[in-house]
Design a protein around this ligand. Structure first.
Ligand code: ADP
Length: 378
C-alpha cells in the first residue's frame, strides 16, 4: 500500500540515521557517561531547559535525558514545552526516587520514564531502549489508526455514491413493473433512458473504483524506466476518445513525437495515471459540444504537458482545496459528482515523486488549464 510504503521508507531512513540523544544537565560527566554507554547514539548536550530548546531547533533529536533541577528552565518545564510541541519525542527524567511530587507532576506532563542519579549504565541502556520501543509502538498505532480512518471515510463515500444511482434505478424499474405506462408512450421511453443514464453512472463509478484500487492501493514502489512521455500521453488520450465523442467533445492532441527528443526516467503507471486523471476531469467538466486539448511543449529546459478545456472552470476560492483528498467542488451539495475526489491528490503526488510539478489554472465558465512540468534531463 502506498501510504504504508511511505511509512516504511521513512522508517528505513530513520533507521539508517544514527539516533540522537540530547542530555540536558550542567554536568559534562553525564554527557560523557551517555556517550560511553550508548555508542550507537550521537550524544549532544545542553546545560539547561532553554539551551535544550535551542538544540531541538538545530538537531533532529530522538530522545531527551534531562535533569530536573536546573537554572533558567527546569526539567519539568522543558518536559511540558516539548510534549506540547513534539508529543512523540521521548523524554526520560533523571530524578531521585524520593522526589514523589516531581515524579507525579512529570507523569502528568507525559514523561516517558525515569532514571535515578547517580546513573547506572545498565539502567541507562535498558531504559533508553525500552522508551524508544514504546515510542515506535505509539507511532505504529497512530499510523494504523490513520489508515483505518482513511478506509472508513472511503467506504462511507463509496456507499453513498453507489446508493443514489442504485435507488434511482430501483424506483424506475418499480414504476415500469407497476405497468402504469404504455410501452409506446414517450414517458415510458424517458424512464428507460433514465435507467440507462443511471446504469452508466454506476458503471463509471465502479470503473473509477477499480482503477483507484489497482493503481493506488496495490502498487508500492516507483518503477523508473526510460519512457517517451509524448507516446504515453497520446495513448491515454486515445483511450478516452470514446468518452469524449459520446459527449460530442472535440478532443485534440498536439504532440510531435518523439516528445521530448530523449526518453525520460519516469514510472509508466503513475505518469499515465496523472495524465488520465487530468484528461478525464477536462472531459467530465466540459459540457457537450466543448473542446479539450492535450499539448506538449519544450522551453526553458522544461518539458511541459498542458491539458486545456472549455468547461465550467473552478472558482478561485476552490482552487486551493481541489488537491485535498476526497474534495469535490459541489455547489448544490448533491454528493453526486462522478468520481471520488482522489484524482488530483494522487496526480500531484505522483508527479512530485517523479520530480515534476502539477499546476491548475482556471476561470469559472471559461475553462481550465492543467500543466505538468518536468525539468529536461541534461
Ligand atoms: P474527481 O475524480 O472526483 O473528479 P479530482 O481530485 O480529480 O476528483 O478533482 C477534484 C475536483 O476538482 C473535481 O470534483 C472538480 O470539482 C474539480 N475539477 C478538477 N478538474 C476540473 C476541471 N478540469 N474543470 C472543472 N473542475 C475541475
Amino acid at each position: 500500500m502506498l501510504q504504508q510504503d511511505l511509512v516504511n521508507r521513512q522508517e528505513l531512513v530513520q533507521e539508517q540515521r544514527k539516533k540522537t540523544l540530547l542530555v540536558v544537565d550542567d554536568e559534562p560527566i553525564i554527557c560523557q557517561l551517555c556517550a560511553r554507554a550508548l555508542t550507537n547514539f550521537e550524544v549532544i548536550q545542553a546545560n539547561d531547559g532553554r539551551q535544550a530548546l535551542q538544540q531541538l531547533y538545530r538537531h533532529e533529536v530522538d530522545i531527551i535525558l534531562s535533569d530536573v533541577m536546573m537554572p533558567n528552565m527546569s526539567g519539568l518545564d522543558l518536559l511540558r514545552t516539548v510534549k506540547q510541541q513534539q508529543p512523540d519525542l521521548a523524554i526520560i527524567l533523571m530524578t531521585g526516587y524520593t522526589d514523589k511530587e516531581v515524579i507525579l507532576q512529570a507523569l502528568k506532563a507525559g514523561a516517558d520514564d525515569f532514571i535515578s542519579k547517580p546513573i547506572n549504565l545498565l539502567q541507562l541502556r535498558t531504559t533508553v531502549d525500552k522508551v524508544l520501543d514504546k515510542v515506535l509502538m505509539r507511532k505504529e498505532l497512530a499510523s494504523l489508526k490513520q489508515i483505518d480512518k482513511l478506509k472508513t471515510d472511503f467506504l462511507g463515500l463509496v456507499s453513498h455514491k453507489l446508493k443514489t444511482p442504485a435507488t434511482a434505478i430501483s424506483l424506475f424499474v418499480q414504476h415500469i413493473a407497476a405497468g402504469i405506462d404504455d410501452p409506446e408512450a414517450e414517458s415510458f421511453k424517458k424512464t428507460l433512458s433514465m435507467i440507462q443514464a443511471e446504469t452508466m453512472h454506476l458503471e463509471h463509478l465502479i470503473q473509477d473504483l477499480l482503477y483507484f484500487s489497482n493503481v493506488i492501493l496495490q502498487e508500492d514502489q516507483l518503477k523508473l524506466q526510460p519512457i517517451e512521455l509524448g507516446k504515453i500521453a497520446r495513448q491515454v488520450a486515445t483511450s478516452l476518445e470514446l468518452v469524449a465523442s459520446n459527449k460530442n467533445i472535440d478532443l485534440q492532441v498536439n504532440l510531435d513525437l518523439p516528445f521530448p527528443p530523449k526518453p525520460m526516467e519516469l514510472d509508466r503507471e503513475r505518469i499515465s495515471f496523472a495524465i488520465r486523471a487530468l484528461l478525464d476531469n477536462a472531459i467530465k467538466f466540459t459540457p457537450e459540444g466543448g473542446s479539450v486539448s492535450l499539448e506538449g511543449s519544450l522551453s526553458d529546459n522544461l518539458v511541459r504537458l498542458q491539458i486545456r478545456d472549455t468547461g465550467c472552470g473552478i472558482p478561485p476560492e476552490e482552487l486551493a482545496k481541489i488537491f485535498n483528498k476526497f474534495y469535490q467542488v459541489d455547489k448544490e451539495n448533491t454528493g453526486q459528482i462522478r468520481g471520488f475526489g482522489l484524482g488530483l491528490f494522487y496526480a500531484r503526488d505522483f508527479v512530485r515523486k517523479l520530480g515534476g510539478k502539477l499546476q491548475i489554472d482556471s476561470q469559472p465558465s471559461l475553462g481550465t488549464i492543467a500543466t505538468i512540468e518536468f525539468p529536461l534531463a541534461e
